[in-house]
Design a protein around this ligand. Sequence first.
Ligand SMILES: *[C@@H]1O[C@H](CO)[C@@H](O)[C@H](O)[C@H]1NC(C)=O
Ligand SMILES: *[C@@H]1O[C@H](CO)[C@@H](O)[C@H](O)[C@H]1NC(C)=O
Ligand SMILES: *[C@@H]1O[C@H](CO)[C@@H](O)[C@H](O)[C@H]1NC(C)=O
Ligand SMILES: *[C@@H]1O[C@H](CO)[C@@H](O)[C@H](O)[C@H]1NC(C)=O
Ligand SMILES: *[C@@H]1O[C@H](CO)[C@@H](O)[C@H](O)[C@H]1NC(C)=O
Ligand SMILES: *[C@@H]1O[C@H](CO)[C@@H](O)[C@H](O)[C@H]1NC(C)=O
Ligand SMILES: *[C@@H]1O[C@H](CO)[C@@H](O)[C@H](O)[C@H]1NC(C)=O
Ligand SMILES: *[C@@H]1O[C@H](CO)[C@@H](O)[C@H](O)[C@H]1NC(C)=O
Ligand SMILES: *[C@@H]1O[C@H](CO)[C@@H](O)[C@H](O)[C@H]1NC(C)=O
Ligand SMILES: *[C@@H]1O[C@H](CO)[C@@H](O)[C@H](O)[C@H]1NC(C)=O
Length: 460
Amino acid sequence: MARSMEEAMGLALGLISRTCSISKCIIFFLILVFHPTTEAYDSLDPNGNITIKWDIMSWTPDGYVAVVSIFNFQKYRHIQAPGWTLGWTWYKKEVIWNMVGAQTTEQGDCSRFKGNIPHCCKKKPEVVDLLPGTPYNQMVANCCKGGVINSWVQDPGNAVSSFQIVVGSSGSSNKTVRAPRNFTLSAPGPGYTCGPARIVRPSKFKSADQRRETQALWTWNATCTYSQFLSQNAPACCVSLSAFYNETIVPCPTCSCGCQNNITQPGSCVEGDSPYLASALARPSKNSFTPLVECTSHMCPVRIHWHVKTNYKEYWRVKVTITNFNYRMNYTQWNLVAQHPNFDNLTQIFSFNYKSLSTYGSINDTAMLWGIKFYNDLLMQAGPMGNVQSEFLFKKDKASFTFDKGWAFPRRIYFNGDNCVMPPPDAYPWLPNSTSRELIPLIQIVSAFFAALAFLVSAV
Ligand SMILES: *[C@@H]1O[C@H](CO)[C@@H](O)[C@H](O)[C@H]1NC(C)=O
Ligand SMILES: *[C@@H]1O[C@H](CO)[C@@H](O)[C@H](O)[C@H]1NC(C)=O
Ligand SMILES: *[C@@H]1O[C@H](CO)[C@@H](O)[C@H](O)[C@H]1NC(C)=O
Ligand SMILES: *[C@@H]1O[C@H](CO)[C@@H](O)[C@H](O)[C@H]1NC(C)=O
Ligand SMILES: *[C@@H]1O[C@H](CO)[C@@H](O)[C@H](O)[C@H]1NC(C)=O
Ligand SMILES: *[C@@H]1O[C@H](CO)[C@@H](O)[C@H](O)[C@H]1NC(C)=O
Ligand SMILES: *[C@@H]1O[C@H](CO)[C@@H](O)[C@H](O)[C@H]1NC(C)=O
Ligand SMILES: *[C@@H]1O[C@H](CO)[C@@H](O)[C@H](O)[C@H]1NC(C)=O
Ligand SMILES: *[C@@H]1O[C@H](CO)[C@@H](O)[C@H](O)[C@H]1NC(C)=O
Ligand SMILES: *[C@@H]1O[C@H](CO)[C@@H](O)[C@H](O)[C@H]1NC(C)=O
């Protein structure tokens, strides 16, 4: 809580110090104050969710044919390899006769069937996508991408995954069918919680020539939301800082993501050159999504380093390096979200894709960044290749630009949708011989802010 207060204050002060309009500042501050940040609530993407849509397209003698689609409506959280697993609990004794564009992981006990054997008879089926290269006759639109779903901002065209399912023993009219219950989504690993399926207006589909519209007979939607806390119970990344004007490199806070402890948890991390590494990687782990990290003081799988590199007359330059410390993960289609007030004057960006994420109307101080396809969209596992880099060139806005008080450092960083641990503001590299090295106590900032606010309000 203290951290988010500090963040909020930093943001509010940054805004006040700029020449923004009075009403904008007040509204922004009110938004900050009345939206306390909880783990599940993400202020940069408040409506982010994954929606599962279940469209019944036709009835069969003992059931129906449906198209099930998974829409990723999250701005910057994607589902990476090895992809999603969707599960549910049937309401009655339904079976899956056939599936196109996906498959269940287990068939289950189909011994009560003679002749035709269903694809799956389990009460709680678990479905995975098919791999790329699936024969054409086993495909449907938006299937067969190995369960990978892009984020909404990164690639809206690939933010959906679909499969077709033929359900039996369900009854074949809208009076007898019941929606599946207790949807589960692993993406991969835990993190999502799904709500119940609700009857919604039937989906409509446009024909290829756009001249005819058809519709589903019956549609259910279920919504799944992400919580970082459920996902790994510990932060997944951290931020380190440096600047050309100070030789100190401010490292990630110690124990950002965990502590090195050989006594209670031997093997919680590995040294890069130790013979143990090969055997730890070779041993099939019960949960392969648990990171196997290189031993560091922060123990994070991923570190983002922000270096203030150069100062020009009109511009300034930042170098960002993302380093992978996880031996068990190649991060495919990774993304980074960074918040800094100068992003609204970003002039040039090298070797990353960029899109502005406008969070509060016109204040576009938040950038989404991701790798260039086939060049650096893959962040390799820990080791010599396990990093990607970029440089940003910002145009100075004379009214707000300063190297003082850590202004040149980011306010917030997310990696793959997880909020990264920042060093405390009083540890930031300072300008040499700065007269204001002492941090202004928080209470002073608050009272100064409210004095300013009162003044502004009375001036309106
Ligand atoms: C899910 O996201 C979509 C798209 O942003 C939004 O329209 C919808 O209201 C969201 N659903 C929930 C339950 O938040
Ligand atoms: C159901 O989901 C679809 C696609 O995910 C979305 O377009 C539609 O608005 C949703 N309906 C409701 C009522 O949420
Ligand atoms: C079921 O379908 C019939 C027509 O086939 C329709 O009249 C009825 O309203 C539907 N029931 C529901 C609950 O939608
Ligand atoms: C479904 O989840 C609810 C709680 O959300 C639980 O009470 C119920 O037992 C679950 N049903 C099945 C069949 O797993
Ligand atoms: C953990 O092990 C490493 C080498 O394996 C050693 O350098 C380090 O001091 C140990 N730490 C503790 C707390 O025992
Ligand atoms: C990462 O990719 C490289 C090259 O494609 C591969 O050799 C390596 O096994 C992969 N690592 C993991 C953890 O999947
Ligand atoms: C910020 O948003 C404004 C409009 O809201 C747009 O004109 C401007 O190009 C954006 N700046 C950047 C760097 O994307
Ligand atoms: C920076 O961007 C803001 C909003 O886009 C604009 O009002 C301002 O003039 C820009 N400053 C410079 C120095 O270009
Ligand atoms: C660099 O910044 C650190 C704070 O991180 C400070 O202790 C140190 O005095 C600074 N160095 C100089 C030369 O100002
Ligand atoms: C700044 O500090 C350095 C030592 O930290 C000192 O040598 C130098 O004279 C100082 N410069 C000014 C202008 O005070």
